[in-house]
Design a protein around this ligand. Structure first.
Ligand code: HEC
Ligand code: HEC
Length: 236
């Protein structure tokens, strides 16, 4: 009996040590709140692995009605309803399928030969759903940072662009106020917004922004600014 007791104690200790080790390894992951951005982290993953079949004309869309082209259509789900439950990754059908927890024939992405999202990708999607499955705030998360990198140097008090045109991009309010001649953003109309005219190089070449061969905005940045204006140029 004493031997047995000793063994049990040893096991108890071993178990405690193991539990501690596991907790130490896991705690940074679970404690640190993750806020993956929809536009820059989640969407590119879904676009890469799923979009081909989940847009009009694709097999997944035709059979299920599930269109993954935009945040809105993703949240709308299939013809039977939503597949993302904000805050609850475990019950979200999207996650059930990606993790292969449903009927095997339904594991996404469909097709025997295809690799699904990597372990890191799956963690990001899970964290995004757990965090509330939110869309990015277009202005604060995408537009303002881009303008900050490419334009702010000249377009704030004391900068050359500000001195000549009066356009100050340091806040939403000053950006919407525009130049001394008036607004450069027409909410809902990217095509007529002078900001877009300049960014896309549709104006007189001498006015191409950013002036003086500063790095150009990427296509993605231009797309996000255009989308923000089309969506009403809101302070979100
Ligand atoms: C090669 C094509 C293909 C790819 C790639 C694909 N799907 Fe699908 N998906 C389908 C088809 C086809 C259906 C219709 C369900 C069925 O009957 O098999 C479907 C249905 C679904 C459904 C609805 C299932 C239901 O409950 O009706 C979800 C959710 C889904 N796909 C998620 C994804 C996700 C997430 C990805 C990317 C990781 C993805 N799909 C990639 C073809 C595809
Ligand atoms: C290196 C300095 C510099 C940078 C960087 C810069 N600008 Fe300018 N910007 C100017 C100057 C100078 C003017 C005054 C117009 C002129 O006479 O060339 C101006 C004027 C403007 C105007 C008003 C044009 C008009 O109709 O009068 C807009 C809109 C504008 N800039 C947008 C931008 C945007 C968007 C960016 C970033 C993508 C940017 N600028 C980056 C220097 C700059």
């Amino acid at each position: 009996m004493p031997v047995n007791t000793l063994n049990r104690e040893k096991f108890g200790l071993l178990f405690a040590a193991l539990a501690l080790a596991v907790m130490t390894v896991w705690s940074p992951v679970s404690v640190e709140a993750a806020h993956p951005s929809f536009k820059s982290v989640i969407y590119p993953i879904l676009e890469y692995y799923c979009l081909e079949c989940h847009q009009p004309g694709g097999r997944g869309y035709e059979k299920s009605g599930f269109d993954m082209r935009t945040y809105e259509s993703l949240m709308k789900g299939t013809k039977h309803g939503p597949v993302v439950v904000p805050g609850d990754a475990f019950s979200s059908n999207l996650m059930v399928l990606i993790e292969g927890r449903g009927d095997k024939s339904l594991k996404m992405p469909h097709n025997e030969y295809r690799l699904g999202p990597s372990k890191t990708d799956r963690q990001e999607i899970r964290a995004w759903i757990t965090d509330g499955a939110k869309d990015d705030d277009a202005f604060h998360d995408a537009v303002h940072p881009s303008l900050g990198i490419h334009c702010l140097e000249c377009h704030q008090q004391g900068g050359r662009g500000y001195d000549k045109s009066g356009l100050d991009m340091s806040t939403y309010e000053t950006l919407m106020k525009g130049t001394k001649h008036g607004p450069v953003v027409v909410p809902g109309d990217a095509f007529s917004s002078n900001l877009m005219v300049l960014i896309e190089g549709r104006a007189d070449k001498s006015l191409d922004m950013p002036h003086f061969d500063r790095g150009d905005l990427s296509r993605w940045e231009k797309h996000l600014i255009r989308a923000w204006i089309i969506g009403g140029a809101k302070n979100n």
